[in-house]
Design a protein around this ligand. Structure first.
Ligand SMILES: Cc1cc2nc3c(=O)[nH]c(=O)nc-3n(C[C@H](O)[C@H](O)[C@H](O)COP(=O)(O)O)c2cc1C
Length: 329
């Protein structure tokens, strides 16, 4: 067991959150995470409709043997947000991670039912804002993260946030080894939120090609693309990504700056990009747009969720011993 604010608050063995991943995380992964002594989180958007989401919540409440969380995208792109908040109010997941917008409504409606609210932040200004709104912890999304990474490395971001606000800091990005976990706990984080290493697991429902790519490619193959959602997002630099490029073309970027139509251009880019990612995640296609972060570097085979957790925890113990013996010598 490793004791931190996260483990004490949720009564889990290890201070690790399986991070929410669009199209990737699912009920089975959350159940396996709980069995292995951590807790998983999944986007409400991974269920196709609010009705499916409600069924999913009922099922998780019944079957998950430990705490679990739901991720809510709290900006205008999420047309189901109102309904998703109502469902979270009704079923009270153990925690919610908010991303890409203001958590105010979620905090107001879901916190009174006992759900802890964690908010994605990339700088101290926003961390202070969510703290003043009543967030229970911040998820410090650093420059090594998969998905929409922040601009700052963990070694800088965690201490800045720890000093700048009074709520616990959970570090997200780049963890896939025991030494990684040890290092961010040493920096003052109360836990980690870890996504990319769990893509290539037996339990994840994405295609074999996507999982194989996470094994075969490494940190050097991750690039930022604005082609997908309009906002920079990490993808594997496959031959297809190289062919289409990672920047919006001139017409797209001019249109997305035009005041009158930019809202619609953004929506269209987002819709087209998400469709491409969805097709690549579930079917065999040459249009290989796979979202993943540099921490796929640490994955060398497809294995159960539990095996990844066991390995990281074992390595953590060994690295800690090594570190302590360095200190004594
Ligand atoms: C494939 C993929 C999909 C993601 N989808 C979401 C999402 O839907 N919502 C969200 O808040 N974060 C999302 N993220 C970010 C993760 O929650 C987390 O911050 C990130 O994975 C941490 O970095 P790591 O991949 O190095 O562990 C996604 C990340 C990946 C790799």
């Amino acid at each position: 067991m490793i004791k931190t604010w996260l483990t004490e608050t949720f009564n889990i063995k290890y201070p690790i959150i399986m991070a929410p991943m669009f199209l990737v995380t699912n009920e089975e992964m959350l159940i396996e995470a709980a069995k292995a002594g951590i807790m998983g989180c999944t986007p409400a958007l991974n269920w196709r409709s609010p009705e499916d989401f409600e069924e999913g919540m009922k099922s998780l409440k019944e079957k998950c043997p430990g705490p679990f969380g739901i991720n809510l995208i709290v900006n205008k792109s999420n047309v189901h947000l109102k309904k998703q908040i109502e469902i979270c109010q009704k079923y009270a997941p153990d925690f919610i991670i908010t991303s890409l917008g203001s958590p105010a409504e979620v905090i107001k409606k879901c916190k009174p039912n006992g759900t802890k609210i964690f908010c994605d932040v990339v700088d101290v200004k926003y961390a202070k804002k969510v703290e003043s709104l009543g967030a229970d912890a911040v998820i410090a999304v650093n420059s090594g993260a998969g998905g929409h990474a922040g601009p700052t490395p963990a070694s800088i971001l965690v201490p800045i946030l720890q000093k700048g606000c009074n709520i616990p800091v959970i570090s997200a990005g780049g963890i896939g080894t025991g030494s990684g976990l040890l290092s961010v706990l040493a920096l003052g984080a109360e836990g980690v939120s870890m996504g990319s290493p769990f893509i290539a697991t037996n339990e994840s429902g994405v295609s074999q090609d996507y999982k194989d790519a996470c094994v075969e490619y490494g940190a050097k193959d991750i690039v930022m693309s604005t082609k997908i959602s309009g906002t920079p997002c990490t993808v594997i630099n496959t031959p297809y990504v190289q062919k289409i490029g990672t920047e919006q073309n001139l017409v797209e970027s001019l249109l997305s700056k035009n005041k009158k139509i930019k809202k619609y251009v953004k929506m269209l880019t987002y819709y087209k990009g998400m469709k491409a990612v969805e097709n690549a995640a579930f079917s065999a296609t040459y249009k290989t747009v796979w979202c993943a972060g540099p921490s796929i570097e640490f994955i060398d085979k497809i294995e159960p969720v539990s095996a990844i957790i066991e390995r990281i925890v074992k390595e953590y113990g060994e690295e800690k011993e090594k570190f302590l013996s360095k200190d004594e010598s």
